[in-house]
Design a protein around this ligand. Structure first.
Ligand code: 5AD
Ligand code: SF4
Length: 443
């Protein structure tokens, strides 16, 4: 009888996409996916190392699984992803119920690893690669609604932002053959999917040599968007330093490329941006925001921000708040700075803002952003949007939810709407997080 695996995923969208590749590799090697953790022979935890609290959550989970291992002696636990890469075999010494670690570029080695640990041995595969893209592996769509899917188009990052561990855990940038991306998107569309999100740590750096020609990210987007006007295309994440007019022009030329750009700013102070090695200024960033508004007047903009980076003053913090007031983001992921071992900041920049002060600054940003999101949403009332219907609202079976091109969630009475199709919905009310709407008619 074939052995069963169960996978849990923490962290970014890239990790969720990677877990789907991992399942494809292990299914290909004869393993079955277990619907519950209780029946599994191997539990794989795909982890995030971006902030200390992400790692603590995983460690807590690993310790919790000890009880299950007590009852089922054959259960083996493996740690995948960024924490595995960062800590390597140290992790197995610190968490002695972990049998193996496998870094993000070593997933093809998993069948071998599992064979090695079956007899109770420990094993580690953490080699990074300059070429691995898993381009030939068709991901097993986990927990999918059958409507939207991730497609990873490039891996790694070499921007070396001073605070960030990703260049060390995910290695050098490398792009995937564009034809395999287009084929994967087309195959999803033919199977009824209506939305793909092209993923990479820095998608604007996508670059592929095709004989004499180079395919960059705008060209790749144009090729995927050309598959069918009924296939929505999203992407994440872009680095502001490389957000080109060419990309914005390609977006403007294709209605099915969604009007939403995630543009992590990190700080509103030029001094902080320089220390962070972000390679742009506030003025440059605002110029890019203006370009987005010019080419795509209805585009939503979202961001990431860090409060309390090394030496951040009250003035720097106020500059971040000012930038938020100027850009008026539709959504923001907001974090307290967390020192990561091995980064430039850990080696050269003291983590000198007290935790309570970081918390206060973060809370101020969160409060301001909440107010802005609510005000933005209020201006949506009365507008009509084409919504890709995704499923039942969590609160009520009588209601469905979907997203507009701007990636805003709209909840509405279900009427005759069907998940996986497009409908026009008029916004009638809102909260800071959700729009409430009513069906207008068929598109
Ligand atoms: N501390 C806090 N936030 C961080 N991020 C990356 N590294 C750190 C860190 N050391 C945030 C950035 C990035 C997002 C994915 O996580 O805002 O854009
Ligand atoms: Fe980290 Fe900067 Fe790379 Fe983003 S661009 S993954 S923040 S190093």
């Amino acid at each position: 009888m074939s052995e069963k695996i169960y996978i849990e995923t923490y962290g970014c969208q890239m990790n969720f996409a990677d877990s789907e590749v991992v399942c494809a590799i292990l299914e290909g090697a004869g393993y079955k996916l277990s619907p519950t953790i209780e029946e599994a022979d191997f539990v794989l935890i795909n982890t995030c190392a971006i902030r200390d609290n992400a790692e603590q959550r995983v460690r807590h989970r690993v310790r919790e699984l000890r009880a299950l291992q007590g009852r089922r002696h054959r259960l083996r636990i493996g740690i995948l992803g960024c924490m595995a890469e960062r800590l390597q075999s140290r992790l197995m010494a610190e968490e002695d119920n972990v049998s193996f670690v496998c870094g993000p570029d070593a997933y093809r080695r998993l069948p071998d690893l599992l064979r090695q640990v079956r007899d109770g041995q420990q094993a580690a595969e953490v080699e990074l690669s300059t070429t691995e893209t898993y381009a030939d592996i068709e991901p097993v769509r986990l927990g999918s609604n059958g409507i939207s899917a991730y497609i990873s188009i490039m891996r790694g990052c070499q921007n070396y932002c001073a605070y960030c561990v990703v260049p060390y855990t995910r290695g050098r940038e490398r792009s995937r053959n564009p034809q395999t991306v287009v084929d994967e998107a087309r195959s999803l569309f033919e199977r009824g999917y209506r939305e793909v999100t092209l993923l990479g740590q820095n998608v604007n750096s996508y670059q592929w040599k095709e004989g004499e020609n180079e395919v960059g990210f705008p060209e790749l987007m144009a090729r995927v968007a050309a598959i069918d006007p009924a296939l929505r295309v999203r992407f994440a994440t872009s680095h502001p330093k490389d957000l080109s007019d060419e990309l914005l022009q390609v977006m403007a030329a294709h209605d099915n490329i969604c009007r939403c750009i995630h543009l992590p700013v990190q700080s509103g102070s030029n001094r902080m941006l320089k220390l962070m090695n972000r390679k742009y200024t506030v003025e440059w960033y605002l110029d890019r925001v203006e370009a987005i508004r010019r080419y795509l007047p209805d585009c939503s903009i979202t961001t990431d921000v860090i409060a309390g980076f090394s030496s951040e003053t009250e003035e720097d913090h106020q500059a971040t708040l000012d930038l938020f007031r100027r850009v008026r983001y539709d959504y923001a992921y907001m974090f307290k700075y967390s020192l990561r071992e091995g980064t430039y900041a850990a080696r050269h920049l003291p983590d000198d803002i007290a935790d309570e002060e970081k918390t206060r600054r973060l809370n101020e940003i969160i409060a301001l952003q909440g107010q802005i999101a609510l005000e933005n949403n209020r201006t949506e009332v009365g507008r009509e949007y084409e919504v890709l219907v995704e499923g039942e609202s969590h609160r009520s079976k009588e209601r469905l939810f979907g997203r507009n091109s701007q990636n805003k969630v709209i909840v509405f009475d279900r009427g005759d709407a069907v998940p996986g199709t497009y409908r026009m919905v008029r916004v009638v009310d809102c909260t800071a997080a959700t729009l409430l709407g009513e069906l207008v008619g068929s598109v």
